[in-house]
Design a protein around this ligand. Structure first.
Ligand code: MN
Ligand code: MN
Length: 465
């Protein structure tokens, strides 16, 4: 008899969460697959933070958003955005309640690890032309040679003109590449650690091999390459000094797996969360509280600089909105809450030893919540309060969002952080919530379509609280 009595409780206690595909109906399964199609378009259009901002503005204006200017009058339902120097964007849909009630903020980042060109990148050696690069963010350097690369970015001229550069994406374009040593002569290289096998100064991008004809001067291959760039874009070698040019993988986003349940692409971290934060805010009409979507730059190097999440650009934007309603910014922050929506590490059975399986997110279990991130003894973490976690659990459960809870790997295995700490420093209740990723920070990262879909549903519910 006793066993029967407690059966329900025991079931609830012992029930391990189920794979998301066991918990969704046929219509949702179709919606999950459909949802990934436009995300793949976003991935291909936005390989850098600047391109992501351009794409976001295009989508926002089509959805009725206007560029915000200080002093503009605001009505509930108004949709505004601020373009922060072309590298970050903040969008808001004004709520029925004024900002003294706080805002619902989703913050993701749109920068990702890659190879930036050095200020003096172009050189010739062995009658081959190259770019010198300086890597940005945390990369495994050995992953970057022998894959097709594309050149993206801008060159700013002294007259104020900014030239957009993109080579290697169009089918008719050439691609660029970093070479690796042939295995036949790799006796010494193969004895090095993975960290040292390819060094930062070896990440040189091969640009050309054909010397300029009828020229007696040296560096004829380099000058031939520079002439090609000049013909196509109109800038000179000196203009590299005021450029932001970056090498990214040339391949496009693709379905992964025979079942097509996953997407492989460059830069899911964190454009998967950026997309899932942006897409629902564009469809909001008149939320109860003001909904804010922040797509920040520089997360991968510490959220620093004017376009990073630590920048006062966020205060300036929010204060402008608050002033339009006669609200104190500090009161607004105190009553706001934030989903720091950044990717988590998906459990990888091939490398199971780095994870505590009971406390790790995994593919197809939905949006991954992290109460805290950080390293060692939670150093550098923003630790979401238990009450906040409970609020978020309740919200997601009430809205049919599949979610899971995890932390970043085994204790003392490594660690990491997100923009969460910087939002929390502003007196905004903040929790990490993101999509699990396999091969994070690799040139080709993997996410599951179900998790993307659930992240977007989660953000949609959050904006409408
Ligand atoms: Mn990230
Ligand atoms: Mn990252």
């Amino acid at each position: 008899m006793g066993e029967k009595k407690y059966e329900a409780q025991r079931k609830a206690l012992l029930a391990s969460p189920k794979n998301g595909y066991d918990r969704v109906d046929e219509a949702t399964r179709k919606a999950i697959f459909d949802y990934a199609e436009d995300y793949k378009r976003f991935l291909d259009a936005a390989k850098t933070e600047r391109e992501a901002v351009t794409d976001a503005i295009c989508r926002a204006e089509a959805a009725g958003f206007r560029a915000w200017e200080r002093g503009m009058a605001l009505q509930p339902g108004d949709k505004v955005y601020v373009n922060n120097r072309g590298k970050a964007i903040m969008l808001a849909v004004i709520g029925e309640n004024d900002l003294s009630h706080g805002a619902n903020i989703c913050a993701a980042h749109i920068d990702n690890p890659r190879l930036d060109l050095k200020p003096n990148p172009l050189y010739e050696d062995g009658e081959l032309a190259y770019f010198k690069t300086h890597y940005y963010g945390g990369i495994k350097k050995y992953q970057w040679p022998t894959i097709p690369l594309a050149l993206h970015g801008v060159v700013a001229l002294k007259d104020g003109t900014v030239i957009s550069v993109c080579i290697g994406e169009d089918e008719s374009d050439p691609v660029l590449v970093i070479t690796d040593l042939l295995i036949h002569l790799s006796g010494d290289q193969m004895k090095k650690t993975l960290a040292e096998g390819i060094t930062g100064e070896q990440l040189n991008v091969l640009l050309g091999s054909m010397p300029l004809p009828d020229d007696e001067e040296g560096d004829r291959v380099k000058f031939a390459v520079m002439l090609l760039l000049n013909e196509r874009y109109g800038f000179t070698e000196e203009d590299f000094l005021s450029a932001e040019l970056t090498m990214v993988p040339a391949q496009k986003a693709r379905d992964v797996g025979l079942d097509r349940s996953m997407v492989g692409a460059f830069g899911h971290d964190d454009r998967v969360c950026a997309y899932a934060a942006l897409e629902p805010v564009l469809r909001l009409e008149k939320p109860t509280r003001t909904a804010v979507c922040v797509l920040a730059d520089k997360e991968e190097i510490g959220s620093v600089g004017v376009s990073g999440m630590q920048s006062q650009a966020f205060e300036t934007f929010m204060d402008g909105l608050c002033q339009a309603q006669g609200v104190d910014l500090r009161v607004c922050f105190e009553n706001s809450w934030c989903l720091s929506t950044d990717v988590s590490n998906a459990f990888d059975p091939t490398f199971a030893e780095v994870s505590d399986k009971r406390n790790n997110t995994q593919l197809n279990y939905g949006l991954g919540l992290c109460k805290y991130t950080g390293s060692r003894g939670k150093s550098g973490a923003s630790d979401a309060a238990a009450e906040l976690v409970a609020r978020v659990r309740a919200l997601f459960d009430a809205n049919g969002v599949l979610w899971q809870m995890g932390e970043l790997g085994r204790v003392d295995q490594g660690g990491g952080g997100t923009v969460a700490a910087y939002m929390a420093n502003r007196n905004i209740d903040t929790i990490d919530a993101g999509v699990p990723v396999l091969s994070m920070h690799a040139p080709f990262e993997i996410i599951a379509k179900l998790d993307l879909y659930m992240a977007a549903r989660a953000n949609e519910a959050f904006y409408q609280v």
